[in-house]
Design a protein around this ligand. Structure first.
Ligand code: GSH
Length: 111
């Protein structure tokens, strides 16, 4: 089983567990951000279940992004794992690479 997914831009392993240990995904974003828009298009294409968290409509989302992710930049993908660990993944290209790889793992496990 593939145990790590890799960042497209930095070529470093993300501390990401196998897909079956990912509990939930949430994208922090706002309208009018082109990087968010591209990321959302990929989410729609993959059909993955990703909760959308608009940081300008819900102040709590903006606060948790800064508190846990470390900065207010969007898009940012929160990856929650079954064990309770979470990762905050910035950079649209890294998020897209993660989603594509994750979807492939999902497909393999379903098949
Ligand atoms: N290189 C980043 C750029 C992201 C970016 O510039 N996001 C802007 C919105 S379009 C942003 O969050 N600016 C506010 C901030 O950095 O706090 C990516 O590809 O995701």
């Amino acid at each position: 089983m593939i145990s790590q997914l890799f960042s497209s831009t930095k070529k470093t392993p993300l501390k990401t567990a196998p897909s079956n240990s990912v509990k939930s995904l949430a994208l922090y974003y706002y309208d009018g951000c082109p990087f968010c828009h591209i990321t959302q298009q990929i989410i729609n294409k993959t059909g993955l279940d990703v909760e959308l968290r608009h940081i300008r409509r819900v102040e709590q989302f903006r606060k948790e992004l800064i508190k846990h992710g470390g900065k207010s930049q969007v898009p940012c993908l929160r990856i929650e794992q079954s064990e309770g660990e979470e990762q905050w993944l910035y950079e649209s290209q890294d998020i897209i690479a993660f989603l594509r790889a994750y979807q492939q793992l999902e497909d393999v496990e379903i098949a």
